[in-house]
Design a protein around this ligand. Structure first.
Ligand SMILES: Nc1nc2c(c(=O)[nH]1)N[C@H]1C(S)=C(S)[C@@H](COP(=O)(O)OP(=O)(O)OC[C@H]3O[C@@H](n4cnc5c(=O)[nH]c(N)nc54)[C@H](O)[C@@H]3O)O[C@H]1N2
Ligand SMILES: Nc1nc2c(c(=O)[nH]1)N[C@H]1C(S)=C(S)[C@@H](COP(=O)(O)OP(=O)(O)OC[C@H]3O[C@@H](n4cnc5c(=O)[nH]c(N)nc54)[C@H](O)[C@@H]3O)O[C@H]1N2
Ligand code: SF4
Ligand SMILES: [Mo]
Length: 886
């Protein structure tokens, strides 16, 4: 294990909170494989991890600092940043400066940001995208356990005899954990999935509760009542280790008196509710994993506590195979919580309200005093920016113009803010477009530090690539700004190891056991020991190098009296309810192969083959009601906000509810912003926005034409068309386009192709047009237009015409016919690892492959990372259904 300059490097995946160990090799070209020694994944990787090598190229990277659009040297960029901050403090006070950080920063970066803002600039307005992600779970942990500590570890998912997954599509979003849960299947092990829609994760479910969105608290209140009435409580545990049970039970009885009441409020069959309750009661080893379907809700904190209440009531906390387990999203969602990156926390798991905490931190940092908080939480923060109260905003490693609710207003706020500083790896994101100062940050492979995964395990991310251009790590950038502001003494870090030791030391500073987050055992790591640090779960107590797998197993909690707290839960339903103008509920979430706003995963052509366009999943009944066609385009409207995507007929949806992915944005599509449809509604306790529940109306887009445009390079990303989606490919750029009015193609071909075409095929009667621009025998651009989108096949082979420098005679002819006689159209890629398409799979099933195993034998699909297994299973099941019904 080592850091830079050697061919092989052990590091951690930069995507989800599973935190898989990755081994990279840079001997010839970059390759990645799973680290068999890493306890999170033991060698496994999902499709995103497997394709990491395709995301480290320098295309689109921000390579030099820019001020007001001009490239400048670092000293000038640092100087301008410091000047803006200094002047704002002088004129409006420190509270006019704000930081908006991210769970994708390394712990060391995060620590420096928090210290600079709260300790030296003196502003409490430091929040992070974790507000949109985990803040409800954080608040629930604090209310129940007295500290934001996840009691369980991954092994518990395997040990559990009952796994309950609430609002989690782990098959796509925590794929390696999902594979582990799947591999642990055995007789008697049961899985209950609680989600308004059936997802790839439902594959594992013995029972899927497709509940009415937002009613999870009713379901878990009902469970508490059931346990009380059916003799399912652990009375001794409640008496010895908990408080507040009677109030919680009374509230539960009022909200969910019996199974019938639960079934009707949650819109579930009574029998299914009873079955879940019986299983829960009968299974001491129960783990409840919860994620965004719980957190991103106006009742997000309550959902967490409703779940934890049932675990406390049965004594199932922090015991092998028995615990609640919040599944964190980002690679370092946890590290950010540890340093105190949230606006309501101070540092090292201390809150502003913790008696003596401000003084303790000020003494440790040796600053005059720390900010007087708490500061604004994300949604509030952008309101304050909108209102002109924040004059300087520094955004780091997040894309708020896409990910915050009510994106139109967020953009207005960014527009109004006098100085917006953005540190990012990429030059063009929806947020960098608003930057006055743009700072080029080191990305995965270039940066060096630590991250903490969902089971509190701290792992090293190591540098194995050189810093390109003028790119610098985030901690370095902030340290330089700190020096320019005159705080050099407090920011004398030679590297991330220095920062980590200080962070560990703060966690241990006068920590006589009352703060559970404690890295005392790591405060004296040498640089070499830090470089070689093996994955370790906190707390790491004095003198120890090994951490702790589970917490609170002894029934002793972090509250003042050591007891776990029940929280009374009252029913709060989603704020935005459907109306006549906006009759549909809009649910938003993730897809298997994309990561958030696509800045990295869209670099991998393979990852775009799974789903290449923004889409809307709609129940067939709603398709009929609103006149929609499968694979046709439709628009969703909420007020003057609009989202356009391809309709996918989806019986897995509930009637009256649609699902849209969160990934597309204005760099990738004309109107693909999911968060344009969600309002600024937040959980009153955590401040987390209700990103899972918007409302909208839907209508088909009355298209006159569809087109596929492929261009070698250097064309604008955005087009004057009613609909466009950008699909970067390995050897060219490409777009899906559609229009609602007629276009004179022969006349306008130059506009699309960037010059006059050499090959043209025009058939207005058929609504068909094809043209190619060829320069010096090389294909430069190609457009295929058709009235009927189904006649535009997904021509992966077309791209190969861009791979070579000369276009063969055969290819010329094939281009206008828009098909290669010899190439098979394999359909949308399902298995990214072996490039196996839907049509190939369907053909194999038709030819007798009756199981996923059989498909694997014939086509190899599903035999590497396993991410596509749920879809393969669905394809097999659908084929069987067709046979049965026809
Ligand atoms: N491929 C991929 N993986 C990722 C990410 C990514 O962008 N792409 N992002 C990472 C991050 S940061 C995060 S936070 C995690 C998120 O991981 P998940 O939480 O699994 O992700 P989502 O798809 O946002 O939402 C999960 C489910 O919540 C359901 N849901 C909606 N409303 C309700 C409700 O009222 N009750 C219940 N019970 N369920 C509801 C949705 O239907 C959805 O299936 O994924 C991480 N992993
Ligand atoms: N409607 C709706 N909205 C949601 C959600 C939802 O489910 N529905 N989910 C929410 C959740 S859980 C999350 S986590 C957010 C995610 O939303 P964002 O955080 O906004 O999305 P990302 O695309 O991950 O943005 C990360 C940015 O940081 C850059 N970057 C990557 N690494 C580094 C680095 O080391 N340093 C710097 N300086 N920059 C870096 C990337 O290029 C990218 O521009 O979205 C939230 N918004
Ligand atoms: S599950 Fe996939 S995305 Fe998540 S850390 Fe592991 S390899 Fe990366
Ligand atoms: Mo997240």
């Amino acid at each position: 294990m080592t850091a830079s300059n050697t061919a092989s490097c052990h590091t951690t995946c930069p995507y989800c909170g599973v935190g898989c160990g990755v081994v990279t090799n840079t001997t010839d070209r970059l390759t990645v494989s799973g680290d068999t020694a890493h306890p999170a994944n033991l060698g496994r990787l999902c499709v995103k991890g497997t394709n990491l090598h395709e995301t480290t190229d320098l295309n689109g990277r921000l390579m030099q600092p820019r001020v007001a659009g001009r490239q400048v040297a670092w000293d000038q960029a640092i100087g301008e940043t410091a000047r803006a901050i200094r002047e704002s403090i002088a004129q409006y006070g420190p509270e006019s400066v704000a930081f908006y950080l991210s769970g994708q920063l390394l712990t060391e970066d995060y620590y420096v940001a928090n210290k600079l803002a709260k300790g030296f600039i003196g502003t409490p307005h430091v929040d992070t995208n974790s507000r949109l992600c985990m803040s409800s779970a954080v608040a629930a942990h604090k209310r129940a356990f007295g500290a934001d500590a996840v009691p369980a570890c991954y092994e518990d998912l395997e040990l559990a005899d009952l796994l309950v997954l609430v609002g989690s599509n782990a098959a796509w979003n925590h794929p390696v954990l999902y594979q582990r849960m799947k591999a642990a299947a055995r007789d008697g092990r049961r899985v209950v999935v609680i989600d308004p829609r059936e997802t790839a994760t439902s594959e594992l479910a013995d029972l899927h509760l497709r509940l009415r969105p937002g009613t999870d608290t009713v379901l878990f209140n009902g469970l508490l009542v059931w346990l009380a009435d059916q003799g399912g409580l652990d009375a001794d545990y409640i008496a010895e280790h908990c408080e507040g049970f009677d109030d919680a039970l009374a509230a539960a009885r009022a909200a969910a008196p019996d199974v019938a009441a639960v079934a009707s409020q949650c819109d579930l069959p009574e029998e299914a509710v009873t079955r879940f309750y019986r299983w829960y009661q009968a299974t001491p080893r129960t783990v409840t994993g919860f994620s965004q379907g719980a957190n991103q809700s106006v009742a997000g904190t309550d959902k967490g506590n409703a779940i934890i209440n049932c675990h406390l009531a049965t004594g199932r906390v922090g015991r092998p195979g028995a615990s609640p387990l919040s599944l964190t999203g980002q690679p370092n969602a946890m590290g950010g919580r540890e340093v105190g990156g949230l606006a309501n926390t101070l540092a090292a798991h201390m809150d502003y309200q913790t008696p003596g905490a401000r003084e303790l931190v000020a003494e440790f940092w040796q600053c005059e005093q720390v900010a007087d908080g708490p500061g604004h939480k994300a949604v509030q923060l952008f309101d304050a920016i909108h209102d002109g109260k924040i004059k300087v905003l520094w955004v780091m490693a997040t894309n708020p113009a896409v990910s915050l609710p009510d994106t139109a207003r967020v953009r207005e706020a960014l527009q109004r803010c006098p100085t917006v500083i953005v540190s990012d790896c990429m030059a063009s994101t929806d947020t960098t477009e608003f930057a006055d100062i743009l700072l080029p940050a080191a990305g995965w492979g270039e940066k060096d530090g630590t991250v903490t995964n969902s089971e509190r395990r701290i792992s090293r991310q190591r540098q194995f690539l050189p810093l390109p251009g003028e790119v610098r790590p985030d901690w370095w950038i902030m340290t330089e700004v700190a020096k320019a502001l005159g705080f050099g003494e407090a920011f004398k870090y030679a590297g991330p190891a220095d920062v980590f030791r200080e962070h560990a030391a703060l966690s241990a500073f006068r920590n006589d056991g009352q703060r559970i987050f404690n890295l005392a055992g790591l405060t004296t790591l040498s640089n070499e020991e830090y470089d070689q640090l093996s994955p370790v779960q906190w707390p790491v107590l004095p003198g120890a190098l090994a951490g702790q797998a589970r917490l609170f197993g002894d029934g002793h909690y972090c509250t003042a009296n050591g007891r776990g707290r029940f929280v009374p839960i009252h029913t709060v339903l989603p704020v935005c309810q459907p109306t006549a103008e906006a009759p549909l509920v809009v649910n938003t979430g993730r897809i298997r192969d994309q990561w958030h706003t696509m800045t990295r995963t869209a670099k991998s052509p393979r990852l775009l083959q799974h789903r290449g366009e923004p889409f809307i999943e709609v129940h067939p009944d709603d398709m009929a009601r609103y006149g929609l066609q499968d694979q046709g385009l439709a628009s969703l409207h909420n007020g003057d906000q609009r989202y356009v995507g391809k309709v996918r007929s989806c019986p897995q949806q509930r009637v009256g509810e649609v699902f849209v992915p969160i990934h597309w944005n204005q760099q990738f599509s004309s109107a693909g912003l999911a968060s344009a449809l969600t309002d600024r509604v937040t959980d009153p306790v955590s401040g987390q926005p209700e990103s899972k529940h918007g409302v909208a109306s839907i209508q088909p887009l009355k298209t006159k034409w569809h087109a596929r445009l492929l261009v070698r390079q250097n064309r604008p990303r955005r087009w004057r068309a009613d609909y466009w989606t950008y699909v970067p490919m390995a050897d060219c750029d490409s777009w899906w386009l559609a229009g609602t009015s007629d276009e004179d193609w022969a006349e306008r071909a130059d506009y699309w192709l960037g010059g006059a075409p050499q090959l043209v095929m025009n058939d207005p009667a058929q609504g068909m047009f094809r043209a190619a621009r060829i320069v010096d025998g090389r294909l430069e651009a190609l457009i295929l237009v058709d009235r009927d989108v189904s006649r535009l096949p997904d021509l992966a082979w077309l791209e190969t015409c861009f791979a070579s420098d000369t276009l063969s005679e055969r290819d010329r002819r094939a281009l206008l016919a828009a098909r290669d006689a010899e190439a098979e159209d394999i359909g949308a890629i399902v298995c990214s690892c072996f490039q196996v398409g839907e049509r190939q799979i369907e053909a194999a099933i038709a030819a007798g492959a009756a199981s996923v195993d059989e498909l694997g034998k014939r086509l190899r699909c599903g035999t590497n990372c396993g991410s596509c297994l749920p879809e393969l299973k669905e394809l097999v099941a659908n084929a069987v259904e067709v046979k049965v019904t026809s």
